[in-house]
Ligand binder design. Structure first.
Ligand SMILES: [Zn+2]
Length: 156
């Protein structure tokens, strides 16, 4: 597998965990619920090995949970989880940096931030010079996100 992605394997595995029996409908039952970095390499639902950056997906109808890599989540759900991981690495290196759009959305869905926090992060994500208060708020949220990541991921 040159691109580390076996679409047929993914489809079969996803359909087995979905209520719908056709792919176009079944894929819409799934949402991204979390991301984490694995301590040990894991295997994607498409059977690609190894994956370290793990995306946790959940079927909202059957409640089934599965773990896939960045390539699969992008092709399957259209979410750039690689950018979420990049943002997490950026704030780990420098706590004053901002999260990006997709990471902020994921934090809201995981109740790591509330609606106010969501709007604050979206409004200030491209700002380099924040007031002292804004910067301390950004760093607080960043720390919370990193703590959640350290405990096997951002999860609902
Ligand atoms: Zn995969």
């Amino acid at each position: 597998m040159g691109d580390g992605f076996n679409f047929e394997n993914l489809k079969t595995a996803i359909l087995a965990l979905s209520r719908a029996t056709d792919w176009a409908t079944a894929r819409r039952e799934w949402v991204l619920t979390g991301v984490y970095e694995a301590d040990q390499p894991e295997t994607c639902l498409c059977e690609h090995f190894p994956i370290i950056e793990i995306c946790v997906i959940k079927n909202t109808i059957t409640q089934a949970v599965a773990e896939v890599g960045n390539v699969c989540v992008k092709r399957f759900l259209g979410i750039r989880s690689d950018l979420i991981f990049a943002a997490l690495k950026r704030i780990r290196k420098d706590i004053t940096k901002s999260l990006n759009e997709d990471a902020i959305v994921l934090c809201l869905k995981n109740h790591l931030i509330n609606q106010w926090g969501y709007e604050f992060l979206q409004d200030t994500k491209r700002k380099r010079s924040l007031s002292e208060r804004q910067m301390s708020k950004r760093m607080d949220i960043n720390r919370k996100v990193l703590t959640a990541m350290a405990h096997r991921g951002l999860r609902t």
